[in-house]
Design a protein around this ligand. Structure first.
Ligand code: NAD
Length: 358
């Protein structure tokens, strides 16, 4: 049976970058690098609110739940900023992640040699950087109960609860160990076992999992504060980092900045059956939407991750990453990654360059 793929272009620059990503997929199929896939398109975010009054219409959700993979552009636009939280475009994305049960968020931070000068760190610290952060996405302190703001002794008290059950750590750990097995075979598990009971449990569960199921992977442990320091001191020491929702949120954004532009960063969110939600890390960029200025590479690299993790097509994935590398090496640049004196091309032309190299 053909693999089923759902495209959700969303708002702002989402449709522009997804159009380029879709061309990459169709080119791979035409060239015989990928078996036929069934591609459908749906609405999410602000465009879904305009059409159906809700950011995640029922038919979008149903299509996502039947798809092997979902490729999403971005959601959100200024005209929706004053809506109540439960009506905002961003809720569509959060609800979709929950409904798909995608608990493992994979964020690579790769510094392409042609872009070393875009990083905030010295070139020798980031040249050749290739790390992967695996963040738990649907548990931990962002979802733990009890939560809220209560009155106590005449003042307000804010409460959130960090909690992880063993099964949540194990399923995240398996995804991270498996990712390390496809790479250099090294996994660093990050928590705060020195002050948090959740961290003590996390460390214990990861140690047993590594010993029993992944003895071939080199497992190390690090406190989250030290991991933040090490990421900006010597980021190349890492291969794969596995961590919970809160620390992963912070560390993956720090790692992202090592690579230069937000327009280069893909992500994958996986369930335990290899189904995934793939999306560029960037938002809908209303400041450049509709102007053919967006960098489509984050969306195209999200396709690369989809090929690897959900479509079992690593040869096609390697071709996409080689085409992106060649495009950068030959000095084609959108505005966000251009240096002094570089000539700048638009979103569609950048996508076309990748297709030419494919
Ligand atoms: P943003 O990522 O949209 O933009 C931040 C800056 O980066 C802007 O200057 C933008 O022009 C630039 N940028 C982003 N992507 C780019 C690309 N591909 N090429 C070139 N430049 C790019 O973040 P923001 O401005 O904080 O948010 C804008 C809207 O996007 C808001 O409504 C926000 O809620 C939403 N948002 C959505 C997602 C998502 O869909 N996953 C993520 C973040 C923000």
């Amino acid at each position: 049976m053909n693999k089923r793929l759902l495209l959700l272009p969303g708002d702002g620059i989402g449709p522009e970058v997804i159009a380029q990503a879709e061309k990459v997929l169709r080119t791979l199929v035409t060239a015989g690098d990928l078996p036929c896939i069934d591609i459908t398109t749906g609405l999410i975010g602000g465009c879904a609110i305009d059409m159906h009054g809700t950011p995640l219409p029922d038919d979008t959700l149903a299509m996502a739940q039947h798809a092997d993979a979902v490729l999403l552009g971005a959601v959100g636009a200024p005209q929706y900023d004053n809506l109540p939280n439960d009506k905002k475009p961003e809720l569509g994305l959060l609800s979709l992640r929950q409904a798909m049960g995608v608990f493992a968020n994979l964020r690579p931070a790769i510094c392409h040699s042609a872009l070393v000068h875009s990083s905030s760190l010295k070139p020798d610290l980031v040249a050749g950087l290739d790390i992967l952060i695996v963040r738990e996405l649907i548990g931990g302190i962002y979802f733990g109960q009890p939560r809220g703001i209560i009155e106590e002794n005449g003042e307000r008290v804010g409460i959130n609860t960090m909690r992880y059950a063993e099964h949540e750590i194990i399923r995240l750990g398996r995804a991270a160990f498996a990712a390390a097995r496809r790479r250099q075979g090294r996994l660093c598990s990050v928590e705060k076992a020195n002050v948090l009971e959740v961290g003590m449990l996390w460390r214990d569960v990861m140690t047993v999992l590594g010993r029993d199921e992944f003895p071939d992977i080199e497992l190390s442990h690090m406190y989250a504060d030290n991991a933040a320091m090490q990421l900006v001191r010597a980021p190349k020491q890492f291969d794969v980092i596995a961590t919970g929702n809160l620390f992963g949120d912070v560390l993956s954004d720090a790692a992202a900045m090592l690579t230069g532009s937000i327009g280069m960063l893909p992500s994958a969110s996986l369930d335990d059956k290899g189904r995934g939600l793939y999306e560029p890390v960037h938002g809908s960029a209303p400041d450049i939407a509709g102007q053919d200025k967006a960098n489509p590479l984050a969306a195209i690299l999200s396709v690369e991750m989809m090929l690897r993790y959900s479509l079992n097509a690593s040869v096609a994935a390697d071709k996409v990453s080689a085409a992106v590398r060649q495009t950068l090496n030959d000095n084609y640049r959108t505005a966000d990654i251009a240096g002094d004196g570089d000539s700048i091309i638009g979103c569609a032309a950048m996508g076309q360059k990748v297709l030419d190299y494919l």
